[in-house]
Design a protein around this ligand. Structure first.
Ligand SMILES: *Cc1c(COP(=O)(O)O)cnc(C)c1O
Length: 224
C-alpha cells in the first residue's frame, strides 16, 4: 500500500473544506506514521484500548475522532484524547458522558449523533426521529457540544440505495436547522455531516458531507 499516494489521491478528489478522517483501526502504528509523514493529522479509531495505545505513540498534534461503539466503562480511555466523538448512539451514553465531564472539572466533549440510515438491521445509531428528540432536548447535557450527525450507508454497490440512505441524514439535518440557536446547547457548532467511507466517499462528498471517514482506501484491507 502506498499510503502517501492514496491520501494525496483522495484529497485531490475531495472538495476543499471536506475533512478527511484516516480510519486507522486495526492497522499498526507504523502505518499511521506513514500517513502522518504524508501530512495527515486527523485519524479515526473504533476501539478504546487501541486508540489509547496509539495516542501514546503518535505526535501530539494528531487529532483523534472516535468512531466505534463506546461502552460506558471505557470513557476514560477515550474522552480525554478525542477531538470528536462521532459515534454517540444512545441516550444512556450521553448521560454517562455528561456525568464523566461534570466530574472532571469542566471537560466538554464535541459529539456527533450517529443515526441509523442503512437498510441493514445491524448498524447501530439513533432513528432519525429519536435524534430529533435528543437534539431538541440538548440542554439536558450541558457538557456536550452537539456538532452534527454521522451515518453509514447500506453496504451495497447500488448507488441509488446509497444516495437514498444519505438523503435520510440530509433530511434530518434540514429539519434541525430552524432549531439551531433557539434550542439551548444546539449552537452554530452544529454543522458537521460525517458520511462516506472508502466505497462511497465520492458520492458523499458530492452530496454535501463535511467529514468523510476512509480506512481501506488509504491503508488497505484490515485483518478484522
Ligand atoms: C471502519 C469504519 C470506517 C472506514 O471504513 P472503510 O470502508 O475501510 O473506509 C468508517 N466509518 C466507521 C464508523 C467505521 O467503523
Amino acid at each position: 500500500m502506498d499510503i502517501e499516494h492514496n491520501i494525496q489521491k483522495i484529497k485531490s478528489e475531495l472538495p476543499s473544506g471536506v475533512k478527511l478522517v484516516a480510519v486507522s483501526k486495526f492497522h499498526p502504528v507504523e502505518a499511521l506514521r506513514e500517513a502522518y509523514d504524508a501530512g495527515q493529522r486527523l485519524f479515526g479509531e473504533s476501539r478504546p484500548q487501541e486508540m489509547y495505545a496509539k495516542v501514546q505513540q503518535m505526535p501530539e498534534d494528531v487529532r483523534w475522532h472516535f468512531i466505534g461503539h463506546l461502552q460506558k466503562n471505557k470513557l476514560k480511555l477515550v474522552l480525554p484524547y478525542v477531538s470528536m466523538l462521532e459515534s454517540v448512539d444512545s441516550v444512556e451514553l450521553l448521560d454517562a458522558i455528561e456525568r464523566w465531564c461534570a466530574e472532571h472539572s469542566g471537560f466538554r466533549v464535541d459529539v456527533l449523533l450517529e443515526c441509523h440510515i442503512a437498510r441493514e438491521e445491524t448498524k447501530q445509531g439513533f432513528a432519525p426521529e429519536e435524534a430529533l428528540a435528543v437534539l431538541t432536548g440538548a440542554a439536558h447535557w450541558p457538557h456536550i457540544r452537539f456538532c452534527g450527525l454521522m451515518g453509514m450507508a447500506t453496504n451495497t454497490d447500488d448507488e441509488s440505495v446509497i444516495r437514498s440512505d444519505f438523503n435520510k441524514l440530509l433530511a434530518l439535518n434540514a429539519a434541525l436547522q430552524p432549531m439551531i440557536g433557539i434550542c439551548p446547547n444546539l449552537t452554530p457548532a452544529f454543522r458537521e455531516l460525517s458520511f462516506g467511507m472508502s466505497g462511497d466517499y465520492r458520492i458523499a462528498a458530492s452530496m454535501g458531507a463535511t467529514i468523510v471517514r476512509i480506512g481501506t482506501a488509504i491503508f488497505g484491507a484490515r485483518g478484522e
